[in-house]
Design a protein around this ligand. Sequence first.
Ligand SMILES: CC(=O)SCCNC(=O)CCNC(=O)[C@H](O)C(C)(C)COP(=O)(O)OP(=O)(O)OC[C@H]1O[C@@H](n2cnc3c(N)ncnc32)[C@H](O)[C@@H]1OP(=O)(O)O
Ligand SMILES: O=CC(=O)O
Ligand SMILES: [Mg+2]
Length: 532
Amino acid sequence: MSTSALTHRIRVLAAAGHRHDEILTPAALDFVGSLAAAFDERRQELLKERRRQAIRLSAGSPLDFPLVTGAVRADPSWRVAPPAPGLRDRRVEITGPPDRRLAVNALNSGAAVWMADFEDATSPTWDNIVGGQLTLLDAIERRIDFTTPEGKEYRLREDGRLATIVVRPRGWHLTEEYLEWDGRPLPASLVDFGLYFFHCAQRQIDAGHGPYFYLPKLENRYEARLWNEVFVLAQDLLGIPRGTVRATVLIETVTAAFEMEEILYELREHSSGLNAGRWDYLFSLIKTFGHRTDFLLPDRPRVTMTAPFMRAYAQLLVRTCHRRGAHAIGGMAAHVPGKDPAADEAALATVRLDKEREAEDGFDGSWVAHPGLVPVCREVFDGVLGERPHQLDRTRDDVEVTAADLLSVRRVSGPPTPEGVRTDIAVALRYFDAWLRGQGAVALHGLMEDAATAEIARVQIWQWLRHRVIDRDTVLRLLDEEVAALGAAYPWAAVDDVRDLFERTALAQELPLFFTPDAYSRHLVRRAEVRS
Ligand SMILES: CC(=O)SCCNC(=O)CCNC(=O)[C@H](O)C(C)(C)COP(=O)(O)OP(=O)(O)OC[C@H]1O[C@@H](n2cnc3c(N)ncnc32)[C@H](O)[C@@H]1OP(=O)(O)O
Ligand SMILES: O=CC(=O)O
Ligand SMILES: [Mg+2]
């Protein structure tokens, strides 16, 4: 099928920005429209199923490995596709928003992969979304070099050791309000995936790599199946051979942890493994079981990857991947270096320990949030892998994980401390402020904060209030103080919007499933309309 035969009308509800016409071509929009026409109904159905499942679980339904897919798990014969060019050795992966400056730094960083992120690290302003696509296109075309007005040069290295690009589109729950199709907003996942695929898939193949993706926030195998069908149609529409796409799925919801094998199976001809997305995973645990006292978690820093339920999750992920020939990629240690040498040394030591545990567990590589952490991650994985590109041969038959192991949160439970409560409020407010101003990742007190970590902060407050381990008056007092501190530190901050967002997402009776959809349509879209 040629794209010129497609007829899906998409309206762009924004003023034309600089070079936007290079991305928002009629053919590219038509291509995205054809994906939406084929899959949006199913996406909406799956989102309804998410809500039904949440209700079942909060009503006390047990969560377990699905009975109906026992045969898939028991069948030892199937494998995922072999590693694609540029994805054989993934010992260090750097992540970040597709901003030009960060893109050059990430591609040059010495990491094997750059995960260009439209999800947790990006505030989805229209400029960020279209600008991110331009960044990717320019990076692949090798025309991204630039010099700042201050004279600092950003140039891609020429020794052929640039990181492989893997794009993370936004999750199924988000929409793109600036692109209207059939009278409704387009699914954001299909916009990010479709525009990148349309412009860059063939270019990436010509450059010796391919169209590679990270898939965020999946909750079950049906959502993986939907992605697989998107890949099949996208490849067919553009005449790209099936099986060219590769996708690594983030296991970052508690329900997906019970379907890791099924998710690999659904995507098997397009799968390039699983990643232990620990921050959203914690968020998901609290969100899913927020009503249960045995899921009451203490201050965020006390819940680390050494907690037994997090160990169980990580080790099950490695075992599942390696049985199927898939890469297992570790998660993000949130410490980032700053400007204080003593604090940096402590941050590096914490990251090293975390990466050592992952490498020993059998992970084939891991994530870092900052170029200053590439060397430590590389050193640790070099120490375990040596010349080998991965350790898929470590099948971890010794690992046995039960449903109870994944859910035995009680062993690290405990009340929050007063500093823990204040920190969560402060982090949520400061992150919301950055996000509303178009910045999706920030460093706060030496830690990387993004949408996933901010979600933890706000749901912890909600959960502690719900179980009355903190009282509302204390939270309101701390909120007043932290809003005032935010306004003093950043006089330009829209403190009323930030406070309102916090109140709606952390203090409401009903817990909103994500803070992003409502914040997006209330604040980002309106602001852009005012601007244009
Ligand atoms: C839970 C999850 O999903 S994790 C994945 C999603 N989150 C992320 O990807 C966050 C990635 N990290 C970042 O965005 C950034 O590191 C931040 C926002 C946390 C901190 O950024 P900064 O405040 O700019 O850090 P800092 O001042 O130390 O940066 C030093 C240099 O490193 C560069 N740098 C920092 N982080 C990155 C990165 N992730 N990729 C590429 N370059 C980076 C900066 O551009 C800067 O270089 P420059 O002087 O040439 O501009
Ligand atoms: O996306 C990664 C996470 O930890 O969340
Ligand atoms: Mg995440």
